[in-house]
Write a protein that binds this ligand. Structure first.
Ligand code: GUN
Ligand code: ZN
Length: 466
């Protein structure tokens, strides 16, 4: 059934990069979004310009609510659904050992895994996250539960089991042999990649190869996964991992990788150059369907290589604050040309809501030292939370904004459900300059949205329910 949705529309039209997103910002205070039977956008414009042929179709009036593209979370951990705000008395590696490996091991129990899958879908819907790159559980039955539940709810997802072949005792339940790491990953691809429609170009479900991070695997694992990726790349399979997250002197992840692999850069381990001296040992895992989370402590050459290969960054400032990891330098990273998207990194991030991540991004980047400090434009914030995420998932042609022809993934934001947001949207002073007033409203919206503000969530034009 064709539907007209009325509300105040914000989106980024066309194919801007993060740097030119302000020029692509569209605001339609009295806007209309028309979605056809197939869940595609057939019109996005001012209500007063609605073509006559849509005059008598079913209308859903969300006014005075806002219509935004669905949020895209490009880094979130399913097996940490119950591990938010875990205290481990240290930074990344201590937290993994003390809190996370034990928490993830609980999913060995099938009933608990099923319960986690239901809860994980509920939380995504409540947060308006219509598409996500989901770091999966080590356990195939838990991944089955996640894919099944995600399909039942009608959400978009790319996910893959977290691969670990080495690690501390606390991770014993998550670690497999080299053979099983390869076998289980290949089996997940065969079982779930585009399982919903049988065609990657229409599917909501996709599979990724997910080595947890270089310290959790071996050169042999990376070699095997490179070979596997080579054989499935043209089927649209993804790769996901962490990169350059935490650099605590002596005990940090970055030093650990450089010392154990004897490589010049952390990225080399994912780029086929995982042998001592960064010499080639296998095939690269980088490419336009690869997303690396964090990238806080990258060398220029690493950023350049990611940009060159089309690899995207998932920027996770909420998590970086929680684990004391520092922050991805905004200006330098943007200037490198690499695509930047946003990730909650739940449970290291303690928010499910992408706008909360965007708010933290604004705060940390305005606080960067000296010339590095920037006041992010609200259009840049919207970019990383929507269109940049769709690009990171290599599905920009399908969703991420309201261009005609795209699949209609959107959220309805009702400020009246969140008094503090209503105050700043309705009562905030606005510039007499129209463009500045537009930016101020979008900023107030993105900073002030809470889960309570998300009234409705749509994927492919269909309403999804929590
Ligand atoms: N690096 C390896 N595993 C993890 C994880 O679960 N969370 C975060 N934030 N970083 C990681
Ligand atoms: Zn993570």
């Amino acid at each position: 059934m064709i539907q007209v949705h009325l509300g105040h529309v914000f989106h980024l039209a066309g194919r801007p990069g993060v740097g030119d997103s302000a020029a692509a910002l569209v605001t339609l205070p009295d806007g209309a979004l028309v979605v056809d039977d197939d869940g595609r956008i057939v019109f996005c414009g001012a209500r007063g310009e609605l073509p006559a042929r849509f005059g008598s179709v079913e209308t859903v009036d969300h006014r005075p609510g806002f219509l935004l593209p669905g949020f895209v979370d490009t880094h979130i951990h399913f097996p940490q659904t119950y591990a938010g705000d875990s205290y481990g008395g240290g930074q990344l590696l201590e937290w993994l050992d003390q809190c996370i490996f034990p928490a993830e091991s609980r999913l060995a129990e099938p009933e608990f895994a099923q319960q986690a899958a239901v809860e994980f879908c509920d939380r995504r819907i409540a947060a308006g996250t219509t598409a996500a790159m989901v770091f999966g559980s080590a356990f195939p039955h838990a991944q089955d539960a996640l894919f099944s539940e995600t399909r039942r709810r009608g959400l978009r997802m790319v996910s893959g089991r977290g691969i670990q072949t080495v690690g501390p005792d606390s991770a014993a339940a998550l670690i497999t042999s080299e053979e099983d790491a390869l076998r289980l990953t290949a089996a997940e691809i065969d079982k779930w990649h585009a399982a919903d429609t049988g065609d990657v170009s229409t599917a909501l479900l996709h599979v990724a190869i997910v080595p947890r991070f270089a310290p959790a695997v071996t050169p042999e694992t990376l070699k095997n996964l490179g070979d596997l990726y080579d054989s499935v790349r043209d089927r649209g399979v993804y790769v996901h991992s962490h990169l350059n997250e935490n650099n605590r002197p002596g005990t940090g992840e970055v030093d650990t990788v450089k010392q154990s692999y004897q490589v010049d850069s952390y990225l080399d381990t994912y780029d086929g150059k995982f042998l001592p001296g960064s010499s080639a040992g296998g095939t690269s895992l980088l490419g336009r369907r690869t997303i690396l989370a964090h990238c806080v402590h990258c060398q220029d050459a690493e950023l350049e290589r990611m940009a060159q290969t089309g690899t995207s960054i998932s920027h996770c400032p909420t998590s970086q604050l929680f684990l004391g990891s520092g922050t991805m330098p905004w200006r330098r990273t943007v200037e490198s040309g690499v695509n930047i998207s946003a990730g909650t990194d739940f449970g290291a991030g303690d928010e499910w809501l992408i706008p909360r991540v965007l708010g933290d991004a604004f705060k940390v980047h305005i606080s960067e030292e000296g010339d590095a400090g920037v006041s992010m434009h609200p259009a840049e914030m919207l970019f990383v939370g929507t269109l940049g995420g769709a690009r990171a998932l290599d599905m920009e042609d399908r969703f991420g904004n309201f261009d005609v022809g795209k699949e209609a993934d959107f959220v309805v934001v009702d400020p009246s459900r969140t008094p503090a947001l209503a105050n700043s949207v309705i009562g905030g002073v606005r510039s007499t300059d129209g463009e500045m007033a537009r930016d101020q409203t979008l900023f107030a919206l993105l900073m002030g949205i809470r889960e309570s503000s998300i009234a409705q969530v749509y994927v492919q034009g269909r309403r999804v329910h929590g």
